[in-house]
Design a protein around this ligand. Structure first.
Ligand code: IPM
Ligand code: SF4
Length: 416
């Protein structure tokens, strides 16, 4: 029987043909965690008296949520994890000067056809390269780290087709918000979304990573892009080798299909307090904004900074603007290309590789009564700080244009 990408990956990982609804044990190719959940993962392993891993090379750890440590407890947690890493001599450990775990996975580790599990919900991000990537709780990740195996209920496969070339300022976030607005946040429960891109280079890896990242906000088990020439070029450029592509079979059966015409999309936002409270930016234009955040594992990549720099070049922001490339690699690129300089000259605060503001942790927590425009992933009440703050989620163009004017702004009206 012709297989979807999901069925193909999970059949290989299970060692037998699987179909939707099957409960199966599967092999994992990468098991990952970060500082905040890593602490619990290691605690579970210690309590079980099983401080060993199935394969040192397949464990990936990055410090991001508590990086750099905002308080003593965070520093203590990171110290505890460093000790574990040293004791087991784990090679793929990335300290506070590297990046947000999901970005690190996409840049350095994830490959088409892999099964990737990590102790963080936004693990779906690695679906950008065509890996079946899913977030799990700390105990499940501890078990996977020890055994190299996990169990799942095989999801059904839902096909999304992206047609054409994105309209001006339209990027990966708009596609994610389009799906969230049209289907609402619970619709994709028990499904794996497979995105087929008609014109691979028109929807580059940065956009794919953003869309896959938001897969968990759709409640999907995974959101994968069918690997294509863009996948190959990205991995070749970033890592110096060509990956093998795993693709769905011709004639594979999907539970449903949906097409998005990229040139017809308008810049979208998710208004407070839900990711699926989606509106065209014009509907909320003019709302006063206190702070803008451009960054996170959702939108902290080079194309996000390119767009922000285009909009802010030679100008000054009216709202406070915090900009954080998702990794050291992205920071260096943004620096080489002059985007950091442009943003700093425009009055933005720039640092790198922390989750900080995204989850109201540190480096720009939202105060009571404040309105934030953020390129991150979630906007439920209190997500970025005070319960009395409001968060509008958007792509980088709306965020930068809103920073510029101090109010929610349609980037299509901003002079360049
Ligand atoms: C802290 C962590 C468990 C959490 C997640 O799993 O997503 C965080 O990264 C988030 O984005 O809310
Ligand atoms: S940047 Fe935000 S969404 Fe991404 S892992 Fe960190 S806290 Fe979670």
């Amino acid at each position: 029987m012709p297989q979807t990408l999901t069925e193909k990956i999970l059949s290989r990982a299970a060692g037998k043909d699987v179909s939707a609804g099957d409960v199966v044990e599967i092999k994992t190719d990468i098991v990952a965690f970060h500082d905040l959940t890593g602490y619990h993962v290691i605690e579970v392993m210690e309590k079980a008296g099983m401080e060993k891993v199935f394969d040192k090379n397949k464990i990936v750890i990055a410090f991001d949520h508590l990086a750099p440590p905002p308080d003593i407890r965070s520093a203590e947690i990171q110290g505890y994890i460093r000790k574990f890493v040293n004791k087991l001599n784990l090679p793929n450990f990335h300290d506070i000067n590297f990046g947000i775990l999901h970005e690190v996975l996409v840049e350095k580790y994830a490959l088409p056809g892999q099964v990737i599990v990590a102790a963080d919900s936004h693990t779906t991000t690695s679906g950008a390269v065509g890996a079946f990537a899913q977030g799990m709780g700390a105990s499940d990740i501890a078990a996977a780290a020890i055994t190299g195996k996990t169990w799942i209920v095989v999801p059904s496969s839902f096909k999304v087709e992206l047609k054409g070339t994105p309209a001006k300022w339209i990027t990966g976030k708009d596609v994610a918000l389009k799906l969230l607005g049209d289907f609402k946040a619970d619709y994709f429960n028990g499904m794996s979304i497979e995105v087929h891109v008609e014109n691979p280079s028109a929807y580059p890896m940065d956009y794919r990573a953003t869309t896959s990242n938001m897969g968990i906000e759709m409640n999907a088990d995974a959101l994968m892009f069918v690997p294509d020439s863009e996948t190959k070029n990205y991995i070749k450029t970033m890592r110096g080798y060509e990956p093998q592509l795993v693709t769905p079979d011709q004639g594979a059966k999907y539970s449903d299909e949906y097409t998005i015409e990229l040139n017809k999309l308008e810049p979208l936002v998710a208004a407070p307090y839900s990711v699926d409270n989606v509106k065209v930016v014009n509907e909320v234009e003019g709302t006063p904004v206190d702070q803008v955040y451009i960054g996170s594992c959702t939108n902290g990549r080079i194309s996000d900074f390119e767009i922000a720099a285009k909009i802010l070049k030679g100008k000054k922001v009216k709202a406070r603007c915090i900009a954080i490339p998702a990794s050291y690699e992205m920071f260096k690129k943004a620096m080489d290309l002059g985007y950091i300089e442009t943003l700093v000259n425009a009055g933005c605060i720039v640092t790198y590789g922390t989750c900080g503001p995204c989850l109201g942790g540190h480096f720009g927590v939202a105060g009571p009564g404040e309105t934030i425009v953020s390129t991150s992933s979630r906007n439920f009440r209190g997500r970025m700080g005070s319960n009395e703050s409001k968060v509008y989620l958007s792509g980088p163009a709306v965020a930068a244009a809103s920073a510029l004017n101090g109010k929610i702004t349609d980037p299509r009206g901003v002079e360049q």
